[in-house]
Each structure stands twice: as C-alpha cells, then as structure tokens.
Write a protein that binds this ligand. Structure first.
Ligand code: ATP
Ligand code: MG
Length: 138
C-alpha cells in the first residue's frame, strides 16, 4: 500500500469541478483517506513548491496556488503515486492523454486543475505539509 498527496488546485475549485475529480477517484479505486479545503497563503504556497524556487514560473505559480481555496487529499492504494499521475495527465494539458483530468479540464500549463506527488519522498513531505497522522484514516 502506498499513499500520495492530491490537490484540486484553486482553478478546479473555482470552476466547480471538485465533484467531478472526486468522482473519478472513487470510480477508479483511489481510496481517499484524508480530505480538507484550505486557502494557502503566499508563504505556504512557496513552502509547498519550494523545489521549484528559482524557476521562471515560481512567482506566478505561488500566486495562483494562493489565489483561492484548494482541496487537499491523501489517496491510498497499490502503486497509487504512479496511478494517480497517470489519471492526472501530463503537466501541459496539450500533451495530456485522452481521458485524463488535465486533458479534459485544464486550461493552461499553470492552471492545470490537479496536483499529485511524484515520488515516495515528495509524497511524505507533502502529506505532512497538510495533515497530521490523526487526520488520516486507516
Ligand atoms: P504538480 O507538481 O502540480 O503535480 P507536475 O508534477 O505535473 O505538477 P511540475 O513540474 O512539478 O509539474 O510543476 C508544478 C506546477 O508548476 C505545474 O503543475 C504547473 O501548475 C506549474 N508549471 C510547471 N511548468 C510550468 C511552466 N513551464 N509554465 C507555467 N507553469 C508551470
Ligand atoms: Mg510536481
């Protein structure tokens, strides 16, 4: 069993597609074991995306991520990190495969609706950024 952090980014929440994303998760055996809504501050967004500090899109990305409420979740399942990345689709929605969340809903390389951890180490950091162990059901 593996866990990953998923986020419905502010564009997804603002556009009212939270339910659609959750439906795709539940329909495909991605067990949601923690979930809450949070409006990140600019500082909190910078901390979350610290690995991207110094990149040309960092300022804009952290402005976007702190622009409104987001829904953060912990997902659990076998090979969940890779399976959820597959369900999300490529970072650039123009390159995302048919049937992925980003292909179907993203409008921009930055405003791409969802986030997912990319490795066990980043998943551990990202889950702990939002949830303590009492907030994750077992
Ligand atoms: P995420 O980490 O949000 O799940 P990802 O792993 O597919 O996305 P990363 O390379 O980690 O992609 O980039 C983090 C986020 O930064 C992207 O999801 C996107 O919102 C934004 N981003 C990435 N590349 C660019 C870019 N070239 N221009 C603008 N925004 C970008
Ligand atoms: Mg990433």
């Amino acid at each position: 069993m593996e866990r990953t952090l998923a986020i419905i980014k502010p564009d997804g929440v603002a556009r009212g597609i939270t339910g659609e994303v959750v439906k795709r998760l539940e329909g495909k055996d991605f067990r949601i074991v923690a979930m809450k809504m949070i409006h990140l501050s600019k500082k909190q967004a910078e901390g979350f995306y610290a690995v991207h500090q110094g990149k040309p899109f960092f300022e804009s990305l952290t402005d976007f991520m702190s622009s409104g409420p987001a829904v953060v979740m912990v997902l659990e399942g076998e090979d969940i990190i890779a399976r959820y990345r597959q369900l999300m689709g490529a970072t650039n929605y123009k390159e995302a495969a048919e049937g992925t969340i980003r292909k179907d809903f993203a409008t921009d390389i930055e405003k791409n609706v969802v986030h997912g951890s990319d490795a066990p180490e980043t998943a551990a950091f990202e889950m702990a950024y939002f949830f303590n162990h009492l907030e994750i059901v077992s």
